[in-house]
Write a protein that binds this ligand. Structure first.
Ligand code: ATP
Ligand code: ZN
Length: 839
């Protein structure tokens, strides 16, 4: 009789499926299987509190439902096969548990395919519609009789048209039946029709249109718009995506005219291929064209040996700025390909290092897929499928590319692993680097975390032997690291009797650099003109209406401020709120407003006054949004068209401009005063990275750092290029204060647009934390968050520090359960495990 169970129901199909949905609830939802049985890992569309949501099936079963509960049916099964490979499902589960985030929200972030379902709206006949059609149900009901006879006929026509059960596009339906949108909406409301968004099967590889300058053409008379296009093309080396040309805001017809006149040609090339010609500089060699030096060889052979051996092998590549890490990455990726594996390279921000993408395409051609935030949902979905089909075996992308469905993943590289942009600042608040490590583990892959300034967490892992450390301690070609000089701004003030933005030494050195025909860059890490507007009478700073944040004064946009609002204004850099510049203090009506703190816009203006002959460029969020702005600016820098660059931390990111021999740092030590335990680490990283831009060519570099804290260890050790000494000192402080890497930390934010709620809930949770005892967990708070109001939301927080990861997870889960029982909405509690900003 042992077989009876399976023999009795030979064709038993599961009745239900459990679905993870992108909602802030830590549970799955059960739906009734309706027709096709979905596979685990497939996407389905299901009804959820009046909406349709896309979810992922986690389990199919026939377990009886609790008494009195009825499962709603699945509306549509979107995939025949699991969309996510097993390995990624495991990763999702790990993220949900580690970051205490709902699995559905984790999965949503992993499936960049919403475009496919949002594509177009279709209508289908519903159960109730059939009843009406077949049985004339509801005839004469009050609702129906409000319609005119013509309208009733149209409704009938619609039902008739859809009778077969096939969905129809809204447009087709309307032209076939003359039904308008309002009528269809009414039918959906009455539940006669279902409205759905369905997938469009588009697999063709995308072509991109490139405008190409025709070189020999003798220039005839041109209008301004035509000249603008030709000048732009010439400036970027003759080739440019047409989509990028749109940034010039000239009419589309202008390009057409230029093509007709033979001045510009249009080429269509598969996406990502044309970049071979963009973002590179002919005078420079690509990373993969160098013969590796000894240190690079050694690093490569360690990594290659790990790949050959197989298994999870984490590495920390600590290589000083300009030591040629990129070349090692490329060589290692080539090895992975040669061994039949795929490789993933994560970078902090693709748009900011266009040279790297150009080099990748040059090195790996059609094998490359790029994933970054500027892709449209369609483009993202297409890349995703290419990768999943194994057509792209080299994937390069920002944070979320860690979820790219590579086949036979053998190597993961995380470039600039210390960069805080790897942390996602919304749910799920995962850290791309740490997820990458887990993913390598699940895939038995080799992973390399690379940086000139490794995070303390990674360094500590390398000290403990969890990561194998590989070092490259000198620059390529024996180039020296730049000499760093500190200028004490307190002494400068005493000597000059003035608060000057640029000290005398910096002006002197800049002048000398320009006179020698070399280039200088100056870091001023705030954008705008002045970042504080203050009243001398009442002492108040002008704050944003929505945020507890000082507003930044912006002068009218200059020609380079492509992305800035054109007018003079105050702007909140957190919520974007803008207001006109008041003549009087909004609090006390005094007219004595004054402007403090110089941003990059002011820096540019002052430099232009001091060096009228300099060819100045500016790099910040007002002048650079995406890749094409960056490419344009970098091309001009490489060509020497710009010889003095001022900008925010963007200028510190991986750029390799050989003519730069001087770097000036202004006001970077402000950040030492921020209420964040990572303040010193960040300042050290920024100083080291920006200093690293100097002297990367044949001539040695020099760095001048203006500071009010010349004795601070972060500044001292950065000046000496002594990362190990900085880390040793910083580790002492972290150990003493029980901060990571000596504890695991979570920031818990309580937020509400009502102050009483935010404080009340914080007090409730605070009381619970006090009453409940946990093993070796320190809890700070509740306290007002450093930014107590942001985008009209009041914010209070707790900081939890635990000795063990597992305890931290338990505390957080119990706290959420308690909050739930108290009726505190889940959306009002943000749990940020391994928070990188406590703001
Ligand atoms: N073996 C080599 N011989 C000569 N030049 C090399 C070699 N390897 C790399 N380079 C060149 O050295 C420069 C610095 O390399 P790369 O940008 O990879 O440095 P990095 O270590 O990534 O620095 P950073 O951390 O500052 O970004 C580049 O111009 C690169 O082309
Ligand atoms: Zn604001």
């Amino acid at each position: 009789m042992a077989n009876e169970g399976s023999g009795r129901y030979p064709e038993a199909v599961p009745l239900f499926c459990d679905v993870a949905l992108p909602v802030p609830l830590d549970q799955t939802f059960t739906y009734a299987v309706n027709g096709a049985v979905p596979t685990v890992g497939a996407r389905v569309l299901v009804p959820f509190s009046g909406q349709r949501l896309m979810g992922v099936v986690l389990r199919v079963h026939s377990d009886p439902l609790p008494e009195g509960i009825e499962a709603k049916p699945v509306q549509q099964v979107l995939d025949d096969a699991p969309l996510l490979p097993d390995e990624l499902m495991r990763l999702a589960t790990w993220i949900a548990s580690y970051y205490v985030a709902p699995l559905g929200e984790v999965l949503r972030g992993m499936l960049p395919l919403s475009a496919e379902v949002k594509r177009h709206l279709v209508y289908r006949i519903a159960e109730q519609g059939r009843k009406v059609l077949y049985e004339g149900a509801e005839k004469g009901s009050s609702r129906r009789s409000r319609l005119t006879p013509e309208e009733q006929n149209r409704e009938y026509a619609v039902l008739n048209y859809l009778e077969s059960g096939e969905p129809a596009k809204a447009s087709a339906l309307r032209s076939a039946t003359q039904a308008n949108k309002a009528l269809l909406d009414g039918m959906v409301k009455k539940k006669w029709l279902l409205r759905e968004a369905i997938a469009d099967q588009r697999d063709a590889r995308r072509l991109e249109r490139i405008a190409v300058l025709v070189p020999e053409a003798r220039l005839p008379k041109l209008n301004d718009n035509q000249t603008a296009i030709l000048a732009e093309l010439a400036a970027v080396g003759g080739r440019m995506r047409i989509s990028d040309l749109r940034a010039l805001q000239v009419p589309d017809s202008t390009l057409g005219t230029l093509v007709k006149r033979g001045l510009v040609a249009i080429e269509e090339v598969p996406e990502a291929f044309h970049m071979g010609g963009i973002g590179q500089h002919p005078s420079k060699k690509h990373a993969h064209e160098h013969a590796l030096n000894e240190a690079q060889m050694e690093a490569l052979s360690t990594i290659a040996a790990a790949m050959a051996k197989g298994g999870f092998q984490p590495h920390l590549l600590y290589g000083v700025t300009g030591s040629g890490k990129t070349t090692v990455y490329f060589a290692a990726m080539q090895r992975a390909l040669d061994a039949g594996h795929s490789a993933l390279l994560l970078v902090p921000e693709i748009g900011l290092t266009p040279a790297m993408t150009g080099q990748l395409v040059a090195a790996f051609g059609a094998e490359v897929a790029l994933l970054h935030s500027q892709l449209t949902p369609d483009e993202r979905a297409e890349q995703w499928h290419r990768i999943r089909r194994g057509e792209a075996r080299i994937v390069v992308g920002t944070r979320s590319a860690v979820f790219a469905p590579l086949v036979k993943l053998g190597l993961i590289i995380v470039d600039e692993e210390h960069d805080s942009s790897y942390k996602q600042e919304e749910t799920p608040r995962y850290h791309g680097r740490d997820v990458a490590v887990m993913r390598a583990k699940f895939n038995d892959a080799t992973i390399v975390l690379g940086s000139a300034t490794p995070s303390l967490e990674s360094w500590s892992n390398s000290e403990k032997g969890r990561y194998r450390r590989v070092e490259m301690l000198t620059r390529v070609m024996n180039r020296p690291l730049p000499e760093v000089e500190l200028v004490d701004m307190r002494a400068e003030f005493q000597a000059t009797g003035q608060e000057n933005l640029f000290c005398r030494r910096l002006i002197e050195e800049t002048q000398a650099t320009l006179d020698r025909g070399e280039q200088a860059i100056i870091l001023l890490n705030r954008r705008g003109y002045s970042f504080v507007v203050m009243c001398r009478s009442c002492g108040e700073k002008i704050e944003c209406e929505n945020c507890a944040i000082s507003m930044t004064f912006h002068k009218p946009a200059t020609r380079t401020d492509l992305h800035a609002h054109p007018g003079e204004r105050l702007e909140c850099h957190y919520c974007g709120f803008r207001r006109s510049v008041p003549k009087l203090c909004p609090k006390c009506n005094s007219e004595h407003l004054y402007y403090l703190g110089a941003g990059s816009q002011q820096g540019e203006e002052r430099l232009q006054e001091i060096f009228p002959n300099a060819r100045i460029g500016r790099m910040d969020r007002d002048t650079v949004r995406g890749r094409s702005d960056m490419e344009r600016l970098l091309t001009r820098l490489h060509a020497g068209e710009i010889n003095l660059l001022v900008g925010t931390q963007m200028i510190a990111k991986g750029h390799d401009i050989h003519g730069v021999t001087l770097v000036g740092v202004v006001g970077a030590d402000h950040a030492l005063g921020l209420p964040d335990f990572r303040a010193a680490e960040r300042v050290f990283q920024l100083l080291t990275q920006v200093s690293g831009r100097a002297g990367r060519g044949d001539l040695p570099g020099k760095v001048l750092v203006q500071t009010y804290h010349p004795d601070h260890y972060a500044i001292q050790f950065a000046a000496k290029h002594d990362y190990p000494a900085f880390v040793a000192k910083e580790m002492q402080y972290r150990r003493w204060m029980h901060y990571p890497p000596f504890s695991v930390l979570a920031n818990v934010l309580i937020q509400s647009d009502k102050l009483e709620e935010a404080t009340g809930w914080s007090a409730t949770l605070g009381g619970w934390f006090q009453k409940t005892s946990f093993d070796k967990v320190r809890i700070l708070g509740p306290a007002a968050a450093p930014i107590v109001r942001l985008k009209r939301i009041y914010r209070y927080h707790f900081v939890l520090k635990a000795e063990k990861r597992q305890t931290l997870g338990e505390v957080l889960r119990r706290m959420l359960a308690f909050a739930d029982a108290q009726g505190i909405p889940r959306r009002s509690i943000l749990v940020d495990v391994d928070a990188v900003h406590l703001m």
